[in-house]
Design a protein around this ligand. Sequence first.
Ligand code: ATP
Length: 223
Amino acid sequence: MASTNNNPPLIHQAIALYGGTFDPIHYGHLRPVEALSGLIGLKEVIWLPNNIPPHRPQPEASSQQRLAMVRLALQPFSAFKVDTRELEKPTPSYTIETLKAFRQEIGEKQPLAFIIGQDSLLSIDTWHKWEELLDVCHLLVCARPGYQTTFTSPQMQTWLEQHQTKQQADIHCLPAGKIFLADTPLYNISATDIRARHKAGLDCHDLLPESVENYIKQHQLYR
Ligand code: ATP
């Protein structure tokens, strides 16, 4: 295929994965990813609830409850799918291993991205084999209020600048290797805060979908 500009020819529309504890899923997950998906033109976003996150305290809701809440929240979005492979594993799920498994399945040419929030970008050098991530995928970073937009470490800032692209087309033209900092809408929402609000009996209706809120109440979660 001939290219009419300086960009390499588009091979495939990118697919993206989005991992998280989702304890519970909330608008700080849903709205930035919805905006990002439209901005980049993602083919689909595969949501990956984790089972035993290596760097985190254990979730309060069970795996099945977190999965049920993710399924309820994603119902309105035809391009959002759920993958349960991490939930079904009895051992810690490392993102790099999950990404390598997807890469094996989709082949080496299909553009693949992993979506994270700005807070996760800033601590990415604590992730297992983080240096290998960009060999396997792009990183799409959603803005998150309260987190700085640059690294404190000069080495990490250099790593970011070496891989950063401002061209959305790169995400579709290349299989992996780029970091895109997306100007997604800011939501000052965290699952920690939602759990605390439920414990305190406070209203959460503008923080997460009604279907998820109803599930939390029915199952008496976060009491
Ligand atoms: P917790 O408060 O329990 O730590 P969380 O709200 O940060 O949870 P996670 O499930 O741990 O949610 O996050 C999964 C992903 O979602 C991470 O990449 C995180 O950076 C991103 N994320 C979570 N909340 C927001 C938000 N309000 N804005 C942008 N990204 C977010």
